[in-house]
Design a protein around this ligand. Structure first.
Ligand SMILES: NC(=O)C1=CN([C@@H]2O[C@H](COP(=O)(O)OP(=O)(O)OC[C@H]3O[C@@H](n4cnc5c(N)ncnc54)[C@H](OP(=O)(O)O)[C@@H]3O)[C@@H](O)[C@H]2O)C=CC1
Ligand SMILES: O=C(O)C1=N[C@H](C(=O)O)C[C@H](O)C1
Length: 269
């Protein structure tokens, strides 16, 4: 058991954090070596199994990320953009694989990750599921086959606790569509339509966001032209798909050189 690579879950008390803890504990390829929560959180210093409502498992929850990272091979991080930036610097210091599922980054924050990738493997994706990553490949292909007479719209739906929009997945799909069409997404986006918007800009890629209840994550890529429409759809019904993808990424990253990677690399798509 001690031979298995140790994985730290950052943001262990979150929706994804809890799912990741269970996924690593259930795995026969990795062991849970640490759980990090926000400083001052009520779980600090307590047994993780107990605070999650089960039997003690010997993992004591900490608010000291560097100490936890130093005793691990990889950290899986689904937290907030600011926290992830801080953790990227610490993961680089500890030379551990950093799997980033966090979404909602500003452009400058993504650039700030670059220096960290000189020292550690960073695997980042707005969606860690096999289905969505396959959907990005399909989106790129369909967009490449169609001209700008086909309007591209990305519609995403999530639970009412989500804080960023459009979702990280929607942006991944938008990037894939733009790449297929041979344009840059920046400058060719239409989002948040409201009021007298005027007609749709030809060639733009549109984004719409729905927030409600406990929707795990749904994404449609719509290609619409006169007389016909194509809809590519992914529906997530269980957060386990993201957690299993993230664990796969962490294990894949153990044998790589420092640098930046995504789930398309991990899955070989
Ligand atoms: N790439 C993918 O496949 C997926 C990505 N996501 C993304 O993952 C992120 C998290 O989502 P979700 O789990 O739903 O959100 P939650 O808000 O439930 O979880 C975030 C967690 O991060 C913790 N956190 C915040 N600051 C710190 C800190 N300084 N140190 C340690 N922990 C900290 C929060 O703690 P506290 O509450 O105490 O502040 C919370 O437990 C989002 O960006 C989401 O979009 C989600 C699903 C799939
Ligand atoms: O916040 C979520 O829940 C999710 N976030 C990711 C995103 O922003 O696309 C992935 C998934 O859709 C769930």
């Amino acid at each position: 058991m001690d031979d298995l690579p140790g994985i730290v879950i950052a943001g262990a008390s979150g929706r994804m954090g809890r799912m990741l803890v269970r996924t690593v504990l259930d795995s026969d390829k990795a062991r849970l070596s640490g759980a990090v929560v926000r400083p001052g959180h009520e779980w600090v210093g307590k047994d993780l199994g107990t605070v999650m409502g089960g039997a003690p498992n010997g993992v004591i929850v900490t608010d000291d990320p560097l100490e936890a990272f130093a005793g691990a091979r990889a950290v899986i991080d689904f937290t907030t953009p600011r926290t992830t930036l801080e953790f990227a610097r610490l993961a680089a210091q500890a030379r551990v694989v950093h799997v980033i599922g966090t979404t909602g980054f500003e452009k400058e924050q993504l650039i700030a990750l670059e220096p960290c990738a000189r020292h550690a493997v960073i695997i980042q994706a707005g969606n860690m599921s096999l289905g969505v990553n396959l959907l990005t490949v399909l989106t790129r292909k369909v967009a490449a086959a169609l001209d700008a007479d086909w309007d591209i719209e990305i519609v995403e739906a999530h639970h009412n606790r989500k804080v960023d929009a459009p979702s990280g997945t929607a942006l991944m799909l938008g990037e894939a569509a733009a790449e297929g069409r041979g344009i840059s997404l920046e400058g060719n986006t239409e989002a948040g339509r409201d009021g007298i918007t005027g007609p749709r800009k030809r060639g733009a890629i549109g984004f719409s966001s729905i927030r409600g209840g406990d929707i795990v994550g749904e994404h449609d890529v719509l290609f619409a032209t006169a007389g016909e429409r194509i809809v590519l759809r992914h529906m997530a019904t269980d957060r386990g798909i993201f957690a299993r993808g993230a664990l796969k990424a962490a294990l894949w990253g153990l044998d790589r050189k420092p640098g930046r990677y995504d789930m398309i690399d991990v899955l070989g798509l």
